[in-house]
Each structure stands twice: as C-alpha cells, then as structure tokens.
Design a protein around this ligand. Structure first.
Ligand code: NAD
Ligand code: DAU
Length: 379
C-alpha cells in the first residue's frame, strides 16, 4: 500500500512514545508509522496492544546507535519524517551510569541524524518535505530558583493549570534561556539538542526541537515519581521523598504532550524551538499528598490514611530545585491548548494505574519483557 507519509517514531514502546504512536496510527490512517525501539528495560510493547494489528503500523526492534540498520530502514520505508523520542530518560540512573546516557542520547541521536542526512541527500528532491523532529526536555535549561516557597498566584495559566495556580518563582524557562544542564541525563539531552541544530545550520536539514516539562499519565515506567508512588501506596510500601520534598516540577498530562507533538510536526516552523508545558507547578510534597488522597479515596480507604508512608530520604545528588516552562510561544504561534485540567488528569492517571494492576505487575515482575518474544520474534 502506498502511504501519504512514512514516519519513523523512535522510542515508541516507551511512556511518551507509545502515546505519540497511538495518536498518529489512529488519526492518520494514510501514514505509515514505523516504531523503532530497542526495548530496553523502559520499552514495553504491551503499551501498544490496542494498535499493534493496524495496517499502517510496523514495529522494528532496533538500536538507534546501529547506523547501518537506521540507514536501511530509512531507505526501505522511504522515510520522510522522524520523530525522535528514544532515550535513556531517568535522572537517577544517569547519576549511576552516565556512559549509557551519553551513548544512547548523544551517539544515538547523531547516528539517526547522519543516517537521515545520507538518505535524504541521496534523493532527487533532497530535504524537500522532510523533517527531523527531536523531542527534548526542560531539564537542559538547568534549574530555576525557588524564590517564593509558599507560592505566588501564577501570572500565566492554561487549561492544564491546577485550581491552585501557583508559581514558586518569578522566572520561567523560555526558548531563549541559556542551556545549563546539571545531571548527566540533562547534559546528554543538551548535547543531542545541539547536534540536531548543528545539522540544520551546517547541512540545511529541516529540524525542529521541542523541550517539554514533566509528563504524567498512563504507561509510565514505575521508577518515576507518580507511578512508583501510586504502586507503593497500593501495597502500603514506604514513599521515598528526596530531601525535604520542596523541589518544584511543572506537570503536563502525557496526551497533551502528544497532541502538541502532532501539531508541531505538521505546523511547526523549521529550525524553531518550542517549549511545551501547561503552567502547572507543584512542590513534590504537595503533589505526593494529592496522589495519596486520590489513591486512598479510589481504593475505599480513609482519605489521607497513607500519609504515614511518607519517608524522607537522602536527596538526589545535584537535585534541580525548580522547573517551570513558559509555553506562550506555542500557544501564540500554533494555537496549542492542553485539553485537561490537572485535577482531571491526576484522577484519570491514578484510576488507570489502579485499574491496570496486571500491567503494573508485569512491569514490576519483569514479565513484560517476554511480550516481544510471544508476539514478534518468529514473524
Ligand atoms: P522512556 O524511558 O519511558 O522510554 C524510552 C524509550 O526509548 C523506551 O521504549 C526504550 O526502549 C527506547 N530506547 C532506549 N534506548 C534506545 C536505543 N538505543 N534504541 C532504540 N530505542 C531505545 O522515556 P519517556 O519518558 O517516554 O521519554 C521519551 C522522550 O521524551 C525522551 O527523549 C525524554 O528525554 C523526553 N522527555 C521526557 C519527559 C518526561 O517527563 N518523561 C519530559 C520531557 C521530555
Ligand atoms: O522535566 C522533564 C523530565 O522529567 C524528563 O526529561 C525526565 O525524563 C523525567 O524523568 C522527569 O525528570 P524528574 O527527575 O523531574 O522526574 P522523576 O519522576 O524522577 O522525579 C520527579 C521529582 O520527584 C524530582 O524532584 C525527584 C523526586 N523524587 C523522585 C523519585 C523517583 C522523589 O522525591 N522520590 C522518588 O522516589
């Protein structure tokens, strides 16, 4: 079948990637979506069970650092778009093992860029109609100061903002903020962002970079704060709060990030950077309390009874104090607006994890890694 577009999405078996793959496969049935994922510990094909039989979807188990394979896939599928999400993504792991982060995030991105360059430059039309879209993080900008620990009324809001509209400082990350990464994870993402821009500036490759704030929602690996804590509360295990729990993160529902990626892929301006976030800042300890109350209520426990599970532990090394994204450019230029208010999003998220205990049990037991063998290996 001839497709209108052939798009590689890397890291599509991960948390955000699976939402992007699902959105594109369902919404654009005239596009061929090729999900390229190595299936590291973070990749889980069960995240895509509902779309895996669709005729416009192909899964390829491959490493983005494998240059020949990336080149071959681009040629074989006449790829004209790449949405690049594959990465090592957990800050705590990067502190223990920075080399894996440099390898996947820097060399992997460079490998994809060079493979795309060779393929696209070999075509008669060259870069016309092509796009390399790189998904990055707000962590590349470093940390903002927490000048107002009690919170100010936020000067900006979106539909994603919580009812409490708090900002914990007066500065925000804009697209002009200087890069100042602190963790090995954010240093590797910053480096990959620079390579993407260098391929535009040097070779004229059409590229876009977006930097998003913390995502939450279904299918997130339970090493990250929200799914880890939901599962621990359910099993009445301690909740390890780093430091004093005063660090601030800016939370966006994952499907709203996926919708932003769709919009930017189709309408974004080449060589631009867009920040993505919903003006929804939370101190860790406050969001943890919301999660505890929600889990307790949905499990029919006395609301708040699991507060006693909060356990303050040694802080993360180099723990960034505050992230807060200014996403007004994306709203102004492309009309992006999140669809869900935080209160709805967190309720939906907690409910999803509680309703999908089998998914969680498969991930925590390691059984999810057998899914590829049963579904794909002998095809
Ligand atoms: P994740 O860890 O859940 O998923 C990463 C995926 O990449 C996994 O499926 C994994 O198997 C795959 N992968 C890893 N190494 C690979 C390799 N060498 N070759 C092919 N595939 C490989 O990550 P996530 O949270 O979904 O993040 C996706 C992207 O979005 C990352 O680039 C991350 O930096 C960025 N990001 C994440 C957040 C967030 O809050 N999670 C926010 C902003 C940006
Ligand atoms: O800002 C975007 C980034 O958000 C993404 O680029 C990363 O890929 C993603 O992992 C996320 O990074 P964080 O480090 O902010 O997310 P994490 O869920 O690991 O932690 C959120 C906050 O909660 C952070 O301040 C550390 C704290 N924390 C985390 C864990 C796992 C705890 O206090 N206890 C914990 O057990």
């Amino acid at each position: 079948m001839d497709f209108k577009r052939n798009i590689i999405i890397t890291g599509g078996a991960g948390f955000i990637g699976s939402h992007v793959v699902r959105l594109f496969v369902n919404k654009y049935q005239d596009y061929h979506i090729i999900n390229v994922d190595k299936l590291t510990y973070a990749g889980n094909l069960a995240n895509l069970k509902d779309i895996e039989q669709q005729p416009n979807y192909t899964f390829v188990k491959a490493d983005i650092c494998d240059f020949d394979k990336m080149q071959q896939l681009m040629q074989e599928h006449h790829v004209d778009g790449i949405i690049h999400l594959a990465a090592e993504s957990h800050v705590d792991r990067s502190i223990k093992d920075p080399f894996t982060f440099a390898h996947t995030n820097v060399i992997g991105t460079l490998t994809l860029l060079q493979a795309a360059k060779n393929y696209w430059e070999s075509l008669p039309e060259g870069y016309k109609g092509k796009l390399f879209y790189h998904i990055s993080t707000d962590e590349v900008y470093g940390a903002l100061e927490l000048t107002h620990p009690e919170g100010l009324e936020s000067p900006f809001t979106t539909k994603a903002s919580s009812e409490h509209h708090h900002a914990y400082g007066t500065t925000f990350f804009t697209e002009e903020t200087k890069y100042n990464p602190h963790s090995p994870y954010s240093a590797s993402k910053a480096s990959s962002d620079h390579f993407v821009r260098a391929f535009h500036d040097t070779y004229g490759m059409p590229t876009i970079v977006t930097n998003c704030s913390n995502n939450y929602g279904p299918y997130q690996f339970p090493e990250k704060l929200i799914p880890l804590f939901i599962n621990n509360i359910r099993h009445r295990k301690p909740l390890p709060v780093y430091g004093k729990g005063e660090n601030v993160r800016d939370w966006l529902f994952v499907e709203d990030h996926a919708r932003a990626i769709d919009l930017i892929f189709h309408k974004g301006k080449i060589a631009e950077t867009y920040n993505i976030g919903g003006f929804n800042e939370w101190k860790n300890i406050d969001i943890i309390k919301v999660v505890i109350r929600t889990v307790d209520r949905l499990l029919g426990r006395k609301e708040g009874e699991d507060m006693q599970l909060i356990t303050y532990v040694t802080d993360r090394k180099g723990h960034d104090m505050r992230y807060a994204i200014d996403s007004r450019k994306l709203q102004r230029e492309l009309g992006w607006e999140p669809s869900l208010q935080f209160e709805e999003g967190i309720e939906k998220t907690v409910r999803w994890y509680l309703d999908n205990q089998e998914w969680m049990d498969n991930v925590t037991s390691g059984d999810y890694q057998k899914y590829y063998d049963s579904m794909y290996k002998n095809r």
